[in-house]
Design a protein around this ligand. Structure first.
Ligand SMILES: Nc1ncnc2c1ncn2[C@@H]1O[C@H](COP(=O)(O)OP(=O)(O)O)[C@@H](O)[C@H]1O
Ligand SMILES: *[C@@H]1O[C@H](CO)[C@@H](O)[C@H](O)[C@H]1NC(C)=O
Ligand SMILES: *[C@@H]1O[C@H](CO)[C@@H](O)[C@H](O)[C@H]1NC(C)=O
Length: 694
């Protein structure tokens, strides 16, 4: 008899089978003998196994059940409404016998306080549980066979759902089931610890913590004991007092050959049910599970992907990546688009500093339709500040200067502080990489040269006739007083260097306003000092600039004189004579004067609508200012007095003003000043061509 028992000793269980010591074996044999003496049944006494982890095991697995790489027996994998079974392959003869089983389990749920549905250790007549249902049936039975005595199913359930149809007492209970999911007896999960006063302690089945269960059936008495305890790494952790203890004779329930295994199911809550270790014995206590060798439960519950998610997730991810990418690109572009240079020292200039974003918006992104014109320093755009709706003109000046930037900006700010009714107010600036933006008041009537020298595209509205004598005289006087401010009234002497009709802008009241003032100073900072640049415009350059390359207030007066002649005559500073040769406007006026026909130099488009005497005074002032000898030129304050009639214009001999006269004097060796004149100024033509080459 014992020999057959030995033969039954499971050979499948490999190294996991506890190799029993001789003493233990003897004890078990004695116990087995005693039990058998009572039960008087031939069979499987001594059949036992122990698994401390399931790597290499060969259970019958179905449904969602599998053995994981780490050796966990995974009964359910998180997919909803699935069942999973793991059944010990060998049929057992258990009827009427004592048997004992222990296992370590762990339940992981997607949610901290709800899980579905549970685990059951079962004994059943078959390995085919395909007819069983998932969810609350825990993969054991189905709705039609539940409760039938023909089921021959005994189970211990670890139920994590409260089902009223089965009269479940809670969603965290342990139950003893016989042919039915309505338990014979059940109680809330917990244990009675051996230490202290042995008071009941709750356990939460779905706590994600491993716990151990012992199920013992005493064949003789029909007592079923179920004990639960938290997994304790110390041996002998089984509490002495079982959680459940009932007498229920299973001899009519358990068939002659039975299978033992686990069943588990999921319902509407994504959960995973794991068995970490399992032991079993017929006719004696289940061997101890080597707790130290058990595989570890996964730390977290990885939520399974639903079918929909498998489709949506990659799309959503791609969309997100695309969106983030686009957003980053847009952000970067926006950053670049509005990027500007700003340094600490600029704080003190704060009020003068404009944000590039505001300027960008004001000019609608520097659209061509807002282009007012292109000047010597760069393009000028019209705009309206977003906040104040204040009309502005933005001049984009390219610059590469890095050093001396502070002085540069300080200069701009000082220019910004200059305020005069005949200056175009500089409102502020903005600095970007390689670029400087200067913000000016907007002059609604544009630049004066459009009226004096209308181009076909300027339209017939802007022709000389619209600019009457009063306008012209007013503009000349205005520019004169603006220059007085720059030369004499401002805290330091400011030389404009580029007075000309195109730099005179007209505001809504047709007042002349001098623009671009101070820019020459800026130019000095940016230009290479080695190749000091002559700033100014051909035709307005005083002759001594060719020699000294130096702009002074008297070179400004010269340019102003040319400007006066230009406004009164309506002709460009360098004109074409009848032989298509270049002729200086000043010489042309001097020519009229020497012939006694000075008034004839006045713009014919005025159609005589002016005072002759007044016209002659203004023309003479123009000639005086553009005198070849700087010493002969009046100061701007005097100029205004002449124009206002407060002082008579000094009498001049027209011949003295002629460049031809200059050339004559040079040829005769008259004047040391003229002798030092750089090149062979022999004629008006050669002089003008000299100037033009610059
Ligand atoms: N503040 C302003 N208001 C209106 N238009 C302006 C203003 N500043 C410049 N402009 C226009 O832009 C053109 C170019 O200006 P600017 O750079 O000063 O010319 P330049 O360098 O030839 O003197 C001018 O002819 C004028 O029509
Ligand atoms: C779980 O097991 C079922 C049945 O084998 C399978 O269809 C499903 O894809 C598995 N789910 C996961 C998340 O592995
Ligand atoms: C100058 O501008 C004002 C206002 O913008 C306008 O009323 C006036 O007609 C303009 N003058 C000329 C000559 O265009």
């Amino acid at each position: 008899m014992y020999a057959t028992t030995s033969a039954w000793l499971d050979r499948e269980t490999r190294s996991e089978v506890t190799t029993m010591s001789a003493n233990k074996l003897a004890l078990i044999l004695v116990v087995g003998l005693l039990i058998n003496l009572v039960a008087r049944t031939a069979g499987d006494d001594g059949h036992q196994f122990v698994y401390s982890g399931f790597a290499g095991s060969s259970f019958l697995l179905d449904g969602a059940a599998s053995v994981t790489g780490s050796g966990l027996l995974e009964l359910t994998n998180g997919t909803l409404r699935l069942k999973g079974h793991a059944i010990y392959r060998t049929p057992l003869r258990l009827r009427g016998r004592s048997f004992s089983s222990s296992f370590v389990f762990g339940i992981l749920s997607a949610y901290p306080d709800v899980s579905a549905n549970g685990i059951a250790l079962f004994v059943a007549p078959t390995t085919n549980l395909s007819g069983a249902m998932a969810a609350q049936y825990i993969g054991l039975l189905n709705s039609s066979n539940n409760g039938n005595a023909t089921n021959h199913v005994f189970a211990v359930e670890l139920d994590t759902m409260q089902n009223n149809e089965f009269r479940d007492l809670s969603d965290n209970h342990v139950g003893i089931d016989v042919n039915s999911l309505v338990s014979v007896n059940s109680t809330d999960a917990g244990y009675y610890p051996d230490d202290g006063n042995g008071e009941f302690r709750n356990l939460t089945l779905i706590s994600h913590e491993a716990m151990q269960v012992w199920v013992d059936y005493e064949g003789g008495t029909g007592r079923i004991n179920v004990t639960l305890a938290p997994l304790n790494l110390k041996t002998g952790s089984r509490p002495a007092r079982p959680l459940l203890s009932v007498v229920h004779d299973l001899s009519a329930v358990i068939p002659d050959t039975a299978y033992i295994g686990f069943s588990s199911s999921t319902g509407l809550v994504s959960s995973r049910h794991y068995i970490l270790g399992w032991s079993f014995a017929v006719g004696g206590p289940a061997p101890a599970i080597d707790v130290a060798r058990l595989p570890k439960l996964p730390r977290d519950f990885q939520k399974p992907r639903s079918k929909a998610m498998e489709v949506i997730l990659p799309i959503a991810t791609a969309a997100l990546v695309l969106l983030t990418g686009t957003a980053l690109v847009l952000l970067r572009r926006r950053q670049l688009r509005y990027s500007e240079l700003r340094e600490d020292w600029e704080v003190e200039f704060g009020p003068h500093r404009f944000s590039y974003k505001d300027l960008f918006r004001a000019t609608e992104g520097f659209k061509n339709k807002n282009l007012l014109g292109v000047g010597g320093f760069g393009k000028v755009y019209r705009g309206a500040l977003p906040a104040s709706k204040c009309q502005i003109a933005v001049k984009r000046v390219s610059h590469s200067s890095k050093q001396g930037m502070k002085e540069f900006v300080a200069e701009i700010v000082s220019i910004g502080r200059m305020q005069h009714p005949n200056l175009v107010q500089l409102l502020g600036y903005c600095r970007r990489k390689g670029e400087l933006l200067l913000v000016y008041e907007y002059m609604s009537n544009g630049s004066l040269d459009k009226y004096l020298h209308p181009q076909p595209q300027d339209g017939d509205k802007q022709n000389g006739a619209t600019l009457n004598w009063a306008h012209r005289l007013g503009i000349i006087k205005g520019i004169a007083s603006g220059l007085i401010y720059l030369h004499e009234e401002w805290e330091k002497v400011v030389v404009h260097r580029d007075i000309k009709a195109s730099n005179v802008l007209l505001d809504a009241g047709m007042n002349g306003r001098l623009g671009d003032f101070g820019l020459a100073m800026l130019y000095d900072h940016t230009a290479d000092p080695e190749t000091s640049h002559v700033v100014g415009t051909i035709g307005y350059l005083a002759p001594e600039i060719g020699r000294t390359s130096k702009a002074t207030i008297l070179t400004d007066v010269f340019a102003f004189g040319i400007f006066v002649l230009e406004v009164i005559c309506g002709k460009k500073p360098i004109m074409q004579d009848s032989k298509d040769d270049q002729l200086m406007l000043a010489d042309w006026v001097v020519g009229h004067w020497s012939r006694g026909s000075l008034v004839e130099a006045v713009d014919t488009r005025l159609q005589g609508e002016y005072d002759d005497d007044e016209a002659c005074v203004v023309l003479k002032v123009g000639l005086l200012c553009s005198h070849p000898f700087p010493e002969a030129r009046p100061a701007m304050r005097q100029v205004l007095q002449y124009l206002n009639g407060d002082m008579p214009v000094p009498e001049l001999v027209p011949a003295h003003l002629s460049l031809q006269m200059l050339a004559f004097m040079q040829n005769e060796g008259f004047d040391s000043y003229i002798m030092s004149y750089p090149s062979s100024v022999e004629s008006v033509n050669s002089f003008t061509s000299l100037v033009q080459q610059r």
